[in-house]
Write a protein that binds this ligand. Structure first.
Ligand code: 6PG
Length: 255
């Protein structure tokens, strides 16, 4: 679907009290979608969000007896919707965050972990290699996009999601599955899913907590059709978007 075009995707939202509740609601959604996907299709393909918000979700999946026991881990395949251009042991690495929060539990078979191999080689090659892995794993033909059962996303105060930042050329990408993108204000390279990839998901779940996001959330929900924020342009044509927000992040949503 053209970036910027609008499907009538339902924007579902669940408002919970605190950041810990965002993690729990997100983890319960992860487990529910995982069971449904494996029951219907024999496997669960999920793209993980980076940043700090989802860490608690990943930790809960690893340590909560009810949750860790309810996810079909042997049929669960983890991907990343974006990555910083740093080695996997770097403090900023989204892979390292998930490794510490979830992978060290040993629940996920190593063959089911499909990380973006950032840091060592050129970003464009990293993006091309990840794209090739997605094409192979999903068995995609020319011009096709992977259809994830679940994509977890965060929200920046500037309205970015994954590493689709305002003012970057990645926002205009309609053919590639994954691209490398220079983010000027961060003076950093990122590797990110493109809008078409996000828009092919069965289910997208945004995880947002904290007052710092309240104004951005209010704009996204106040005028979803006009929002220029990248996060507002994630509109799966055949999928659902669920926003899990804590009260602080949802405080300014217009009545
Ligand atoms: C990243 C994420 C990014 C993140 C938002 C929110 O690699 O940083 O993909 O999109 O989700 O920046 O980050 P916080 O959860 O840390 O607020």
């Amino acid at each position: 679907m053209r970036p910027g075009s609008r499907s009538r995707t339902a924007l579902l939202r669940r408002i919970v009290d605190a950041p810990g509740d965002v993690a729990r609601a997100g983890a319960e959604e992860f487990a529910r979608v995982a069971r449904e996907a494996v029951k219907e299709r024999g496997k669960f393909a999920v793209a993980l969000a980076g940043g700090s918000t989802p860490r608690g979700l990943y930790q809960l999946l690893a340590v909560d007896p009810g949750l860790r026991g309810s996810v079909p881990w042997t049929h669960t395949h983890l991907f990343w919707s974006d990555e910083r251009h740093v080695p996997s042991d770097h403090p900023d690495s989204n892979y390292r965050m998930v490794e510490e929060a979830l992978l060290q539990s040993g629940l996920v078979p190593a063959a089911n972990v499909h990380r973006i191999r950032a840091g060592q080689i050129e970003p464009d090659q990293i993006a091309a290699d990840y794209e090739a892995e997605l094409i192979r794993w999903f068995g995609l033909g020319r011009g096709e996009f992977p259809r994830f059962d679940l994509v977890l996303l965060g929200l920046g105060a500037d309205g970015h999601t994954a590493s689709l930042f305002p003012g970057t050329t990645a926002l205009q990408e309609t053919d590639r599955i994954v691209v490398a993108t220079w983010v000027e204000h961060l003076r950093a390279q990122r590797i990110t899913f493109t809008f078409p990839t996000l828009d092919h998901a069965r289910r997208v779940v945004f995880l947002v907590s904290g007052a710092a996001k309240a104004e951005t959330v209010a704009a996204l929900f106040g005028s979803p059709e006009t929002s220029s924020y990248p996060a507002g342009r994630v509109r799966p044509s055949d999928g659902e978007v669920l926003w899990i927000l804590d009260r602080a992040a949802a405080a300014a949503i217009p009545a």
